[in-house]
Design a protein around this ligand. Structure first.
Ligand code: PLP
Ligand code: SF4
Length: 335
């Protein structure tokens, strides 16, 4: 399921060629070789370490509990089998009428144009998803158009993970040019971690593409912890915000990373400064390998109440979970 990343000569593409994939190197850079030994840090073949230099630069040296490090460091604990945590927790395969397209939400289709990401998040609910079988490739685009054109109830196309912004702007342009010819499509949504983990992706070429696209764009970035937003990134995000119809954030609630009120308050405040609206706070999907990130149900509800007491309503993300087979996310019951 891991695709080789495409090479090109853009700035961000050069950075992509220098991803960190060796856990030993990561630990050396962070002065952490004495905290973890080779047997603790597993190189997990099917979903290996992958992180950008830029994201690494935002980790604290010498801190084995760094909240950014814990999001990407493969650990032996992932290999422990835990009841209830499965390879396909959302049973998405049943909603997959055409390669690369999932139709499970009313009015919206999810398209995965690439299976690659610039970072491998250990909690990823698609870490076992068979992207390879499910990548439409350009030759498969025609089938996508047919499916979308033939169903006028579809108003929104969601480009999702892998990370759609790994495609270069020319390919994105070709895609949206065709999409804009389908009259019933009124929005394009992009779920991406790239602006956060590879800020150089937010460049003029991206803006040119957005400006040339005559479909309103909703961009959803994924930030879990306030340390992910550096000062430089803040400025870039503000310029991105000017070009998007909405700029939203989705976080996953992760044990020992962001499962405390102060962290979540700071995150919302920081997102506000960047022009980003907190959208979802997602309960962890029960994917095999991620059980150590799960937060207790009672704890989740308590935490959320405390969060809501601290922030204006528009900075409180909706607390949701994804349930297999449901046509929408489920709001977590708070009482
Ligand atoms: C939930 C989700 C969607 C669609 O859900 P909305 O409720 O329409 O926001 C799309 N992409 C991803 C990755 C999601 O997690
Ligand atoms: S960027 Fe998104 S799709 Fe990619 S590994 Fe992380 S959570 Fe999964």
């Amino acid at each position: 399921m891991i695709f080789p990343l495409q090479k090109s000569n853009g700035d961000w593409q050069t950075e992509l060629a220098n991803l960190i994939t060796d856990p030993k190197k990561l630990l050396q850079e962070l002065n952490l070789t004495s905290f973890f030994n080779a047997s603790e840090v597993a190189q997990i073949e099917a979903f290996p370490l992958r992180v950008t230099q830029d994201f690494l630069a935002r980790m604290q040296k010498g801190n084995p509990r760094d909240p950014l490090l814990l999001q990407v460091l493969p650990q032996l604990i992932e290999q422990k089998k835990v009841a209830g945590f499965d390879e396909d927790p959302l049973q998405e395969k049943q909603f997959n009428p055409v390669p690369g397209l999932l139709h499970k939400y009313h009015g919206r289709v999810l398209i995965t144009l690439t299976g690659s990401c610039a970072i491998h998040c250990r909690y990823c609910f698609r870490r076992h998803f068979p992207y390879q079988e499910n990548n439409p490739g350009k030759s498969g685009w025609k089938k996508l158009w047919e499916y979308i054109s033939n169903d006028p109830s579809i108003h929104e196309v969601i480009l999702s993970g892998g990370d759609p912004l790994l495609l270069n702007d020319k390919v994105l342009q070709q895609f949206t040019t065709q999409l804009s010819m389908i009259k019933h499509i009124t929005r394009l949504r992009i779920h991406t971690r790239l602006p956060i983990v590879l800020p150089s992706r937010i460049d003029n070429a991206l803006f040119s593409w957005i400006e040339a696209t005559n479909i309103p764009i909703v961009m959803v970035v994924h930030v879990n912890h306030p340390n992910e937003i550096s000062h430089d990134l803040q400025n870039r995000l503000l310029t991105l915000k000017k070009r998007c119809h909405y700029l939203l954030n989705q976080s996953v609630l992760l044990k020992d990373i962001n499962d405390n009120v102060e962290t979540l308050v700071t995150l919302s405040e920081k997102l506000f400064v960047c022009g980003i609206s907190p959208y979802y706070l997602h309960v962890l999907d029960k994917v095999a390998g991620a059980a150590h990130f799960a937060v207790d149900e009672d704890e989740i509800v308590k935490l959320y109440h405390a969060l809501a007491m601290r922030l204006p309503g528009f900075l409180v993300p909706k607390l949701v979970r994804e349930e297999a087979g449901k046509g929408a996310k489920t709001l977590v019951k708070l009482f």
